[in-house]
Design a protein around this ligand. Sequence first.
Ligand code: NIG
Ligand code: FE
Length: 386
Amino acid sequence: MSLLITDIAELSTCDPAHGEGPTGVLTDAALVVENGEVAWIGPAAQAPDADERLSAEGGAVLPGFVDSHAHLVFAGDRAGEFAARMAGQPYAAGGIRTTVAATRAASDEQLRANAARHVEEALRQGTTTIEIKGGYGLTVADEARSLRLAREFTAETTYLGAHVVPAGTDADAYVALAAGEMLDAAAPYAKWADVFCERGAFDGDQAREILTAAAKRGLGLRVHANQLTEGPGVRLAVELGAASADHCTFLSDADVDALASSSTVATLLPGVEFSTRQPYPDARRLIDAGVNVAIASDCNPGSCYTSSMPLMIALAVREMRMTVPEAILAATAGGAKALRRTDIGRLVPGARADLVVLDAPSALHLAYRPGVPLVRSVLRAGARVA
Ligand code: NIG
Ligand code: FE
């Protein structure tokens, strides 16, 4: 079964080899889907015939967003903590323990329904691939359960047993658990392992121990690094060949150099700075140094409770001074790179037909019209999902 998408005012392939400019734009374009993949892209006037047709009605089409960083297995919310922060309290990692208590107390059905609600919410805003972390269980059974549930929604699951040390627990004993029995219980459901490497969470040596143990079990690595302070996280991520170092808010020159000479993607999470009133990461410094940059939502009930990738694009442009094409690439091809995926994040022949049709003539409108629901429809593997 083939599908021809017509009346595309602007097609952002997100591959500069396939069109104009950094986002590889084709105008007055068409796209053919076959067997869930992009089979053909080109000028509408030359489009081949297909079994079915879908009109983009003069809207822009771009790849579905790849949200490479989200925490969606949790219960409850922390609206009170947010309100207190807006009244002057600082953000602190300790709030994580509030969500841990609520998550442990929730049933599988409650956690599943909550995750489903957020995945659906993200999908309606154009996110066709989402990474989901655990990290709100912090016991062997609860981290295994979190990852087992996450697996129901995505292949991109991440073990984050080392999110914080649970209240009343000895840190050394907890690190040994997170690098041993807890990791063993969660690993069958996890593709990745992550550690919150930060003052108040895990230091560089503790993070190295856990990440090294995870790599030995075949998991890919990612690191919550340099979010609240400068520290060893980014350089550790590069040293261990992690796919991404996430946050990257407080960076030394050595951190930037390390990222620039590596394949580790710097995943920027501007919704966190928006929601915590922290300074934004210096995206220009990273891009100008040649670092691979992604943007992601970090959707979680503490530091950033939004799943909106269009909002992340708007923030990246307006607050981090990324150009609009840079932000669109970071939310699509950049996210795919952060997940080491080559089948998503671009609309070129052979790629999975994950795409967004906008109620706007150009993808520029994602940054130009912040807060406006511009996503008209979403296709995953060529099938309409929103
Ligand atoms: O990525 N930094 C650590 N973890 C999350 C926040 C989790 C929370 O506050 O509940 C983050 O910002
Ligand atoms: Fe996070």
